[in-house]
Design a protein around this ligand. Structure first.
Ligand code: SF4
Length: 717
């Protein structure tokens, strides 16, 4: 057996450390890394099955070019790079830089993310680069920026164990972030473990054993948390000294909360809850100082997702429950490197080093550091509108990296039509066949987990290394290398001379230090920003290879920082956090006679995204083997479908077929279907084809949790 390599799990944003080794017969063995602070040796069932998902089966092993006749042929890297560079160069020359775009992924390493953003924003001069992280946590990003002046998670995982009360909102933590849930559960076995409240329309595995479950009516979270703010004020639980010294906007936010949610009984009615349960939750929150409110996609994936995030943060600011052990609002990210992507400007409205693309002074800093010929002048298109632009012909070349938008985006049939009309679709992927790769004119083989070399950042800001322990299969290459080669072939000789991910990481760290020397236009030092990696810019190659997990901001001594804002200084120009006035809004599309049920979507325990890796593991497939739709028995009866039968779930945007299950902890009037299945694994089972494309007006995050549908029998002959 080979010596165990310390690496990081490539699935959820918990970012568990993994010890990986390879037997003499080639079998990959994995175990939780006891020295990694995120998981302390634990792994969930997906992490434990990582060894099943590596190996050459199904891998894309060499570049492929598809000609105008539609025939796909093996190509050399040189031919493929030339085709991409020629295509992008021609389209930029003929139509301008905004006619090309990139759609990337929270599966990329930070180093990959950094170079592709540099190429797009600094060299091509377009901000049309967005990421599938837009679909899962961009509302949290926007909420953080509004409240704190920067996209930061203030706390750390230890806070969940040190809390007296953990409030889980829109998060099936037991299935989607299992190791964090294990940490909470283990803490509850002790005498002083936290109480747990779960706020979720469904009774999920997370609710089992919770002290209180609030089966909230979908879309009403703002009202519930506005009601909490009002309750805290009326019961004297707010901290006026903290509010006066460190925040702005409290009076307006409170007035709005009081106006719409001052009465718990009214809140309960609006949220579809029992008044006693709402009051019990408010009392628990009021009584315990150490409260962590952890939230996830159930909050973010909404047309009022950003307001929901701020309504939660408002309650923590009002009580000064932030920046200290065992307390704070806590956004948990879905993907392994959603956070790393945010650091390097992975969203179309961001620049690297947590700078804003919409701010001229910030653009100047980044362009001066890169010494690049261009810098994108305006924020680019967000995921849904980016694919709309592809469909309308405004974007003519699209490079997709490590994601499967033909399955995962809302209104996915429209996405397919857009890809079909796009002049040049480039897909970088580890597997040959996906629903999206079917539209590619150029397929570039990428490195997978176990082969990649670089860093990821977890939900608690912890940077961890992903280290290779397997050889690259076939001709697969790192994504950053493919981007650099295309850049150079397009004539950008300088700026992409990287020979190793270490050099990219150091440049990224240097940029955070360079930024700090520059005052911004309003005279505020950019050093106020919490994303500080400057000391890591001194790492040599060996130190980078040996880098131990560390939470940014990184101190001059190289130590990490578990919690932010302990000094009450926030990243806004005046150092004050902002209360954001939030008002309840109904979801974009209401149920009606034609579409009487509300579709909620999410993950199951043992599959990951569109299953291109987890479906290779027999033990993971044993959990739930086919697409399903959970229904309340009364709704099933009314819809004329039986438990165990196939049914068609139909919305205004499309339909899918799934097996009916009764229960699933579902409220009457709602149904639930998982996001994972695609044409690759089941016929006519893509939930993305059903989901409506409405987005949050601030974050651009789609409303995956609320699509009106009807369910009808599926005729099987
Ligand atoms: Fe991987 Fe997340 Fe499971 Fe940890 S909890 S092993 S990061 S999937």
């Amino acid at each position: 057996m080979s010596e165990a390599v310390r690496t990081t799990c490539p699935y959820c944003g918990v970012g568990c450390g993994v010890l990986a080794s390879v037997d003499a017969d080639g079998t990959t063995r994995v175990a939780g890394d006891p020295a990694h602070a995120s998981n302390l040796g634990r792994l969930c069932v997906k992490g434990s099955a990582l060894g099943d998902t590596v190996g050459p089966e199904g891998r894309l092993l060499h570049p492929v070019l598809r000609g105008q006749d539609g025939v796909a042929q093996r190509a050399t890297w040189d031919e493929a790079i030339q085709r991409v560079a020629d295509g992008f160069s021609r389209i930029v020359a003929e139509h301008g830089p905004d006619a090309v775009a990139f759609y990337v992924s929270g599966q990329l390493l930070t180093e990959d993310y950094y170079v592709v953003n540099k190429l797009a924003k600094g060299y091509l001069g377009t901000a049309n680069i967005d990421t599938n992280s837009r679909l899962c946590m961009s509302s949290a990003v926007a909420g953080h920026k509004r409240a704190f002046g920067e996209d930061v998670v203030p706390g750390c995982y230890e806070d969940l164990e040190q809390a007296e009360l953990v409030v889980l909102v829109g998060s099936n933590t037991a299935w989607c972030h299992p190791v964090l849930f294990q940490r909470v559960t283990a803490a509850r076995e002790g005498r002083d473990g936290p109480r747990v409240v779960v706020i979720d329309p469904r009774f999920t595995a997370t609710c089992e054993g919770a002290d209180l479950h609030l089966p909230i009516r979908p879309g009403t979270d703002v009202r519930l948390f506005n009601g909490l703010l009002s309750f805290l004020f009326r019961h004297g639980v707010i901290d006026p000294d903290f509010i006066d010294a460190h925040t702005a906007g409290f009076d307006q936010a409170l007035a709005a909360a009081e106006a719409e949610s001052g009465d718990p009984a009214m809140v309960a009615r609006q949220c579809g809850l029992q008044t006693a349960d709402v009051v019990a939750f408010y009392r628990l929150f009021a009584r315990h100082e150490k409260v962590v409110t952890l939230f996830s996609q159930g909050v973010n994936q909404s047309t009022s997702g950003t307001d929901k995030v701020n309504a939660i943060i408002n309650c923590h600011l009002a009580t000064a429950r932030i920046g200290r052990p065992g307390m704070g609002p806590f956004s948990i990210t879905g993907q392994p490197n959603a956070m790393g992507g945010r650091e390097v400007g992975g969203l179309s409205n961001m620049l690297a080093a947590h700078l804003e693309l919409g701010e001229p002074a910030h653009r100047d800093i980044v362009q001066a550091f890169w010494q690049s010929p261009h810098i994108a002048g305006t924020p680019g298109l967000k995921a849904v509108e980016l694919f709309d632009a592809v469909g309308e012909g405004r974007i003519k070349a699209l490079w997709i990296m490590a994601t499967n938008p033909a399955v995962s985006l809302p209104d996915a049939d429209k996405v397919r039509a857009a890809l079909a009309r796009c002049e040049l679709v480039v897909c970088s992927d580890i597997v040959e066949r996906t629903d999206t790769n079917a539209y590619a004119h150029v397929l570039l083989p990428a490195l997978g987990w176990g082969e990649k070399d670089g860093t990821v950042t977890s939900s608690e800001r912890r940077i961890s290394r992903q280290r290779p322990f397997l050889p690259a299969p076939g001709e697969a290459r790192a994504d950053w290398r493919a981007v650099c080669e295309v850049a150079k072939r397009m004539g950008f000789e300088r700026g992409f001379e990287f020979a190793h991910p270490h050099e990219i990481f150091v440049e990224h760290a240097q940029l955070t230090a360079f930024r700090n020397r520059e005052p911004l236009a309003d005279g505020v030092p950019a050093a106020r920003r919490q994303l500080q990696l400057g000391p890591l810019a001194k790492l040599d190659r060996r130190a980078y290879d040996a880098l131990a997990p560390v939470q940014w901001p990184v101190t001059e001594q190289g130590a990490g920082t578990p919690r932010l804002f302990a000094d009450g200084r926030f990243s806004h120009a005046d150092g004050r956090a902002r209360f954001v006035t939030t008002a309840s809004r109904a979801p974009a599309h209401a149920a009606d006679r034609e579409y009487p049920l509300v579709l909620n979507t999410g993950r199951i325990r043992d599959q990951w995204h569109t299953m291109t890796r987890t479906a290779r593991s027999p033990r993971l497939n044993n959990h739930i083997g086919e697409p399903f739709v959970d229904m309340h028995p009364h709704d099933a009866l009314r819809s004329g479908v039986r438990e165990g039968s196939l049914a068609r779930v139909v919305s205004r945007w499309g339909s899918m077929v799934a097996r009916v299950r009764h229960g699933g902890g579902i409220l009457a009037g709602t149904v639930f279907a998982p996001i994972h299945w695609s044409d690759q694994f089941a016929s006519d089972a893509r939930v993305g084809g059903v989901v409506n494309p409405a987005v949050d007006p601030v974050s651009g995050e789609p409303e995956f949790k609320h699509t009106p549908v009807r369910v009808e029998p599926f005729p099987v002959r």
